[in-house]
Design a protein around this ligand. Structure first.
Ligand code: ATP
Ligand code: MG
Length: 255
């Protein structure tokens, strides 16, 4: 089975989180599943931006990205974070290879607007080099930074990792996509929702129950399922472990 794991950036500096992710991938590979990990890097990127004195702000759950910000985002995502994940997997004897969407033009993106608003050098995936990913997946766990190239390769574009994971999952016709974050699922009134459809999501967004980075995450999961991914879940590392062992956990996003 082809499985796409989207790894949130909030806990990517946490050893126990990385350890759990790596164990999950080791288990999946042991069962002959093929795995792509698409990662974010929210907290790490913010830390580096702060260190370098570059101010950024979020527009509708997305980071406004000017040229200076893009450089730092790319350094952080396609460098530090990507390689940290690769090493963590290798510690569990998982043969991992780390790339970004720029490599082999795995992700070609077009500049996008977020709900009509300009968010700078932010793109949405226009095409996925699925052939290349398929070739690599047969041999490695692929760790993919969502930084993409534009069509003529003159610039990189920052792509929200949830959306990148959705595009990868649907172009690979994955059976399963898990959006792993630092929350056990989509929470309403303190409880994790077992299932969420688009109509419920619109309501939760309107009432302010679902905010920030959870908005593009659920949108991405909806997109994945609509585009042929059989099952999509939002959960944390423990939830993902349960899901891959056949138990119920997290929030299943359905259409
Ligand atoms: N109803 C909700 N249920 C659960 N989490 C929610 C909800 N509404 C908002 N959130 C927020 O969404 C966050 C997860 O999205 P966020 O974008 O911060 O993380 P990520 O996508 O895992 O990381 P990255 O963006 O770095 O890849 C949670 O930490 C939580 O604060
Ligand atoms: Mg996010």
């Amino acid at each position: 089975m082809r499985i796409v794991l989207k790894i949130g950036g909030n806990e990517i500096d946490d050893h126990s989180f990385l350890d759990k992710i790596s164990s999950i991938v080791a288990t999946l590979q042991g069962e002959n599943h093929q795995v792509v990990l698409v990662h974010g890097g929210g907290k790490e990127i913010t830390r580096l931006l702060t260190k370098l004195g570059v101010e950024t702000n979020f527009v509708k759950g997305m980071r406004y990205t000017n040229a200076e910000t893009l450089d730092i985002v790319e350094m952080s995502l396609s460098g530090l974070i990507n390689k940290r994940l690769v090493r963590s997997l290798q510690q569990k004897k998982v043969n991992a290879i780390g790339l970004s969407g720029v490599d082999g033009r795995i992700l070609v993106a077009e500049k996008m607007l977020r709900e009509g608003e300009d968010v700078g050098l932010v793109g949405e995936v226009a095409s996925v080099n699925a052939n290349m990913l398929e070739e690599l997946m047969g041999r490695f766990a692929v760790v993919l930074s969502p930084i993409s190239t534009n069509a003529d390769s003159t610039s990189s574009l920052n792509v929200n990792a949830d959306f990148a994971a959705a595009s990868v999952a649907s172009s690979l016709r994955s059976e399963l996509a898990i959006f792993l974050s630092n929350v056990s699922g989509v929470i309403e009134n303190g409880a994790v929702l077992a299932k969420l459809n688009e109509k419920d999501f619109m309501g939760l967004k309107r009432s302010g129950v679902v905010t920030g980075g959870m908005v593009p995450k659920i949108e991405a999961a909806i997109r994945a399922v609509r585009n042929g991914v059989r099952m999509a879940f939002v959960t944390d590392a423990d939830g993902a472990m349960q899901i891959i062992s056949g138990q119920d956990a997290g929030t299943q996003v359905v259409v």
